[in-house]
Design a protein around this ligand. Structure first.
Ligand SMILES: Cc1ncc(COP(=O)(O)O)c(C=O)c1O
Length: 401
């Protein structure tokens, strides 16, 4: 099928909720994607922070083949399977968590977290203790609960009413958070590094303050690490990068992950402390597909690779290099370069849509995070040379603007 035939067929049959560029991606190798005309694109988006180990990775291919040869992709959550248990153990070994529940996406993980937080509060005897405190500029997903915690009129307006019981404070403003707290709050929900909102890291003192507030008001602290977690910032989890040597002090009670967990296969996970797990009972939550043996086998492999300290310090070094290269562009259009590891935002004084379009033409895939922020979320296996190439392309584009 020709490129134009595919684009026409999509136009005819696929719901038009996305704008897509005028090429059709076909295959990939390492950090490069190829379209149906054979044109190569250096991928600095990785399917929006998903394909951390890149494309056509031989080890992942092997794990998938082994899992496939067992002939069982899915059995439902009615039965035990080894990869499901192994993935849960592997995740718990990377952080504060004692128990894991699997789901299908980032929004799904956050909504499960809301349910678990409400369930945990339910037994405390205060029937009003169901409120969730979220923050300005956050993005937690597009379902009715996660969208309620995503304060963007453009996304919310036509779909009201959303899940009730969500209140907001200003991100990185502890006084604002305190002003919203009372005994009716069951959970504080925050992205340690806001992704879609434009790559804004939380100040470590802000996370420490939220940790203390949650304890003071007997609420749970939930970190949404759907975008910033799983090695992206140079530690296994974003809060570990922000908390540095004292990360345990700011560790949450629940943490959600999804995007990169199985390098492209759909899966999410809700990780929690034992005290949360103790308040969830059989039948409180469920999902048909979640945590199937095929996807969890791949995810267990991904967690093992990414949590390797050498892998993580390499991500950290490449992130520093990327930020330095971007700073050295010295472009008058660049207002700020910010982020951690390979989650980097470049705030510009112009809309970045045309920069993204021009980069496609030059064979580099980039994405925006809001109108004025260009986002780099490449596969974590990208090389310094590839990063340098992508930055040079951005430099050329900005020179012409
Ligand atoms: C921080 C964060 N939470 C939740 C989501 C929603 O994830 P999904 O699109 O898998 O539902 C996203 C997606 O971009 C995200 O960045």
């Amino acid at each position: 099928m020709s490129t134009q035939d595919v684009i026409q067929m999509e136009h005819d049959y696929v719901l038009g909720v996305y704008s897509r560029p005028e090429f059709v991606l076909d295959h990939g190798q390492g950090c490069t994607l190829y379209d149906t005309d054979g044109k190569a694109y250096l991928d600095c988006v990785s399917g929006i922070a998903v394909n951390s180990l890149g494309y056509n990775d031989p080890q992942i291919n092997q794990v998938m083949q082994d899992a496939m040869h067992k002939g069982v992709l899915h059995v439902s959550n009615l039965y035990h399977t080894a990869p499901h248990a192994q993935l849960a153990k592997a995740l718990c070994e990377t952080c504060f968590a004692d128990k894991v529940h699997f789901c299908l996406s980032g929004a799904d993980a956050n909504e499960g977290a809301f349910k678990f937080a409400r369930r945990h509060a339910y037994d405390k005897g205060n029937k009003e203790k169901y409120h969730i405190l979220a923050f300005t500029n956050a993005f937690h997903g597009r379902l009715f609960g996660s969208l309620a915690a995503t304060p963007r009129p453009k996304y919310q307006e036509a779909f009201l009413p959303l899940m009730p019981g969500v209140r907001f404070a200003e991100f990185n403003n502890l006084e604002s958070a305190r002003a919203q707290m009372d005994d009716n709050v069951c959970a504080i929900l925050v992205e340690p590094i806001q992704g879609e909102g434009g790559i804004y890291p939380a100040a470590p003192e802000f996370l420490q303050g939220l940790r203390d507030l949650a304890d003071e008001f007997d609420a749970l602290l939930i970190y949404d690490e759907v975008q910033c977690g799983m090695g992206r910032t140079g530690s296994m989890w974003g809060y570990q990068t922000l908390g540095a040597d004292n990360a345990d002090a700011i560790a949450p009670d629940i943490m959600t992950t999804a995007k990169p967990l199985a390098n492209g296969l759909p899966i999410g996970a809700i990780m929690m402390r034992q005290k949360v797990a103790d308040s969830i009972h059989k039948g409180d939550h469920a999902s048909t597909f979640a945590g199937n043996p095929f996807t969890t086998a791949v995810a267990t492999h991904v967690v093992g690779r990414i949590s390797d300290p050498d892998f993580l310090s390499d991500v950290s070094a490449k992130g520093d290099y990327l930020m330095e290269m971007l700073d050295e562009l010295n472009s008058p259009h660049i207002k700020e370069v910010r982020g951690k590891g390979l989650l980097v935002g470049v705030e510009m004084d112009v809309e970045v849509g045309p920069v993204v379009d021009a980069a496609y033409k030059k064979g580099v895939i980039l994405v925006s995070a809001g109108a004025n922020v260009l986002r780099f979320v490449p596969p974590l296996v990208i090389s310094k040379d590839e990063l340098a190439h992508a930055v040079n392309v951005v430099g050329e584009i900005l020179q012409d603007m």
